[in-house]
Design a protein around this ligand. Structure first.
Ligand code: ATP
Length: 513
């Protein structure tokens, strides 16, 4: 088993990613799962601060979708309801959705190193005269088509580990000329094989094909399965949305880049059901909304990129050239390119029609005003919560050699695990009770930290490393005049304010972000 904490070759090219992984472990954001047993590739555990950070992003998404959804293009608030569906569903649902049979990646094994790769990370399949041809990856390839596809694959994917060699345009028959990234020997790769990404298990006492079930590879299908129930049990009318947050599982061939591509992760997905004639308008609407939302929680503008999928990338459900637009983020391992953070897909009526056919349940919507019957079209903003955590940490990571920690996390306060720290200057008797008094007042309103031990410089450094916007320090003057020192994370500026005004001060300062 490979150690998940050990980074791939691609990661080693960027110092930042190693620093980020180390910080996450040192400060309790993210640990390798089963750490004491050497980890399990593709699985991660969230520590005390990582859990707070993830919950904050999750709650902000829920609020922006279900509690206070945006104002629509017509000036009225849109309607979205929440859902929490089972991870294991009837396996027929995955046949209907196209995941059984279709949800697979081509995979190759290196016979020499025993390492496994996704074939599309190492080479590009170009159809020629109706025949498949494998073209080995080469940086700066002359051919426009190959270059374009390599660029696309490079986005968020680790192919730059491949040694630049002259472009190999090979027939399937010449396949033994390809070499894997970790060996110089040619012809060590097996033929590409399909590899189903869904984890399976069995329900009940007997493990047979009849009792085989799958762990959901996306949260979206649970929404389609409940579309009719929601329509019949609530007062929603098209257009409306159903939102869900939860775990998804994919047996990724090569989990990599920390929590970017893991085998267990969380998604935040919303299916927007609308009239077919209005789908394009809503697609545009949600693309803008989603990009703005990521920025509202602290992802820096220069780090986000909106990328429409190329025609050759269109998913199985895309019709009439309508496809997916990705919100991409400049991760340290993709820079200067970007990697997918969220996909905003135009799924047409694919899913509802498939479930109608496979289940025999009518999925038609009858417009109560016009009596028109139709299967709604669907726009799906599908975001990764785990990838979102990574994007937020990467975007916040700011190098600053002038401070003892050498860096700080510039978290937007809405996502910061701790909004403030209360620090008695010394662990002396008279500083601690006042600090505790302030802590007890603030914690009723914000998630704050009371940190008593160690010298003050080390405690400031720790708060910088975990991205706490404010530190309030209690010292001898506090005893005299009931004032405290407030230190601002980004500027390290310090000022003196009255202790009984700290809560008001925080409220005012947090509004400024
Ligand atoms: P990719 O092309 O990176 O494999 P995808 O297009 O298959 O992603 P979707 O099926 O659109 O991804 O899933 C929606 C979101 O779920 C993605 O934008 C991403 O943020 C997240 N996601 C998908 N696969 C993983 C994974 N293996 N680990 C972490 N997050 C993931």
């Amino acid at each position: 088993m490979s150690d998940p904490a050990v980074l791939t070759e691609t990661d080693e090219q960027t110092v930042d990613m190693k620093d980020i992984v180390a910080l996450c472990k040192r400060r309790g954001f993210i640990f390798p799962a089963s750490d004491i047993y050497g980890g399990l590739n593709g699985f991660w555990d969230y520590g005390p601060l990582g859990t707070e950070l993830k919950n904050n992003i999750r709650d902000l998404w829920w609020k922006s979708m279900v509690i206070t959804p945006p104002i629509g293009p017509d000036g009225l608030p849109v309607e979205i309801v929440g859902l929490d569906s089972a991870i294991i569903q009837n396996p027929k649902a995955w046949v209907a959705s196209g995941h059984v049979g279709g949800f697979s990646d081509p995979m190759v094994d290196c016979k020499e190193t025993k390492l496994r790769y996704r074939a599309d990370h190492l080479m590009v399949l170009v159809p020629k005269d109706g025949e498949g041809r494998w073209i080995a990856y080469q940086e700066g390839a002359e051919s426009d088509e190959v270059e374009k596809r390599v660029k696309k694959l490079g986005s968020g994917r680790s192919i730059s580990a491949f040694e630049p060699t002259p472009l190999m345009d090979i027939d399937v028959a010449d396949y033994d000329k390809v070499s894997a990234p970790d060996t110089k020997t040619q012809g060590t790769l097996t033929e590409p094989r399909e590899f189903n990404l869904m984890f399976h298990t069995y329900v009940g006492a007997t493990a047979s094909e009849d009792s085989k079930v799958y762990l959901r590879p996306e949260t979206a299908q649970g929404i389609f399965l409940n579309y009719k129930n929601v329509l019949d049990s609530s007062r929603v009318r098209v257009p409306f949305g159903i939102a869900q947050i939860g775990k998804a599982y994919r047996n990724e061939v090569t989990p990599r880049n920390f929590i970017y591509r893991s085998r267990e992760f969380e998604q935040m997905e919303m299916e927007w059901f609308c009239h077919p004639d209005e789908a394009e308008k809503w697609h545009e609407f949600w693309i803008t909304q989603r990009k703005d939302w990521w920025q509202s929680i602290g992802v820096k503008e220069d780090d986000v990129f909106i990328r429409p999928h190329d025609a050759d990338e269109l998913a199985h459900y895309a019709k009439d050239g309508l496809g997916t637009v990705d919100v991409e983020f400049k991760f340290p391992f993709t820079a200067p390119d970007f990697g997918e953070l969220e996909g905003i897909a135009h799924r047409c009526d694919f899913d509802l029609t498939q479930h109608q056919e496979h289940s025999g349940t009518k999925m038609e919507y009858i417009d109560p005003v016009t009596n028109e019957r139709y299967i709604p079209h669907v726009i799906e903003p599908a975001a990764g919560l785990s990838r979102g955590v990574l994007a937020i940490i990467c975007s916040a990571y700011t190098v600053d050699e002038s401070r003892p920690s050498g860096m700080y996390l510039d978290f937007h306060p809405s996502v910061a695990p701790k909004k403030a720290a209360i620090l008695p200057l010394t662990a002396k008797e008279d500083h601690v009770p006042l600090a505790t008094e302030l802590y007890k007042e603030l914690r009723e309103h914000y998630n704050v930290d009371l940190d008593i031990k160690q010298n003050i410089g080390k405690r400031y450094a720790r708060q910088d490393e975990i991205g706490t916007p404010f530190c309030f320090t209690i010292d001898n003057d506090t005893i005299e005049d009931k004032t405290v020192t407030v230190r601002h994370r980004n500027t390290m500026k310090q000022e003196r304010i009255a202790m009984d005004k700290v809560l008001d001060y925080m409220r005012e300062e947090l509004k400024k972000f």
